[in-house]
Design a protein around this ligand. Structure first.
Ligand SMILES: Cc1ncc(COP(=O)(O)O)c(C=O)c1O
Length: 384
């Protein structure tokens, strides 16, 4: 049996998505900037795709910029607002959290090298940002706060409603990286005063290398690359038409029912593992509190290394991860778990399991069974 339980890293592209994309490679292949019929058709399709993404956030289509994925959206949101503020002679202080994705953390570091001052907010043991520290950190110089909607490693869903309100009261731009939460956790930009939202297609069964950035009308943002006037003049370069179509189709295909079903399987997995395997700890918020991504489980197995579990499970056809995909090749302890003050003995024994719509109960049962055996084997040879 082959079981894929690494949907936080990426998801299989849905066949209906591929089907929707195909005509745009060969039939409707025009350059959307061309004035002729071929171009107009492609342009019309992009605008329709934009409307689909916008509708999911209750935004105006003119507030959606297509990008090459979550990484570019984060870079554009953070560097674009910081540079615009600098040009306008505004403050030079930016705030984020310690558990952000590298796309955000490295963007902040790049800005620090340019002279911006950055504050990295602490999180508690479940990964929630310290809101008091946020309030205290904001000064007259603060221009931007960037806090992720849901964490990719432990699934913690931040109270972005509250964070957005704090930012609005203080006239500070608020960006959220919603790459993991988009379509899983509702986000209505008419209700939550967030200014910028990063999204990515390949986390929701769309194609890789495609994403979007929601930019609230009036948010100062400077483009990062020069060229033609594509994407409202904010992102030069001929559009990835097939990718945008695929992303929109992926959004269309998401349902509330699948979220309920994924959460049910995740809960069954976590509860059975905690019951059957001794000395296991769930990292992040509890599964029944409604503050954790529906598809995420992050568990530490005392006295065994996460990497060893991963490799044994891989040999049994089961794909999981020990951290985020981007850092999974390094053996450094996860910056997320470290920031959450997880017991150092548990830092290297964590495993991330992220479910998706194509998983079945049989697959979950097989994974639990395999995990029981793998942990028991590894513990029997563990020097700890
Ligand atoms: C929270 C978060 N932000 C950003 C990204 C980067 O997205 P992309 O792979 O589309 O560049 C990821 C991908 O793992 C992520 O989990």
């Amino acid at each position: 049996m082959r079981v894929y339980l690494d949907h936080g890293a990426t998801t299989p592209t849905d066949e209906k998505v591929v089907e929707a994309m195909l005509p745009y490679f060969t039939e409707i292949f025009g350059n959307p900037s061309s004035i002729h019929e071929f171009g107009r058709e492609a342009n019309k399709a992009i605008q329709k795709a934009r409307e689909t993404i916008a509708a999911k956030l209750n935004a105006n289509p003119s507030e959606i910029l297509f990008t090459s994925g979550g990484t570019e959206s984060d870079n554009l949101a953070i560097k674009g607002t910081a540079t615009a503020a600098k040009d306008a002679g505004r403050g030079n202080h930016i705030i984020t959290s310690k558990i952000e994705h590298p796309a955000v953390l490295r963007s902040f570091e790049a800005l620090e090298k340019e002279g911006f001052k950055a504050t990295y907010l602490n999180v508690d043991r479940e990964g929630f940002v310290d809101l008091e520290q946020l309030k205290e950190s904001i000064t007259n110089e603060t221009i931007l706060v960037s806090v992720m909607h849901a964490n990719n490693e432990v699934g913690t869903i931040q109270d972005i409603d509250e964070i957005a309100k704090i930012c609005k009261e203080n006239n500070v731009i608020f960006h959220t990286d919603a790459v993991q939460s988009f379509t899983k956790v509702p986000l209505d930009v008419q209700k939550i005063p967030v200014d910028l939202v990063s999204m990515s297609s390949h986390k929701i069964h769309g194609p890789k290398g495609v994403g979007a950035l929601y930019v609230r009308k009036g948010t100062p943002l400077k483009k990062l690359n020069d060229g033609g006037g594509h994407e409202f003049g904010m992102r030069a370069g001929t559009e990835n038409v097939t990718g945008f179509i695929g992303f929109a189709k992926a959004v269309e295909l998401t349902t509330e029912n699948e979220i309920t079903d994924i959460a049910r399987m995740r809960d069954k997995f976590v509860n059975t593992v905690l019951e059957k395997i001794p000395d296991v700890k769930l990292n992040g918020p509890g599964i029944s509190e409604g503050k954790r991504l529906c598809n995420n489980a992050n568990l530490s197995f005392k006295r065994v290394e996460g990497e060893s579990i991963l490799m044994r499970l891989d040999a049994l056809g089961i794909a999981v991860s020990t951290g985020s995909a981007c850092s999974s090749k390094s053996l450094k302890a996860s910056h997320v778990l470290t920031s959450m003050n997880i017991d150092p003995l548990l830092l290297h024994s964590s495993l991330r399991i992220t479910l998706g719509r194509e998983n079945t109960d049989e697959e979950i049962d097989y994974t639990i069974e395999s995990l029981e055996k793998v942990i028991s084997d590894l513990r029997s040879i563990s020097p700890l």
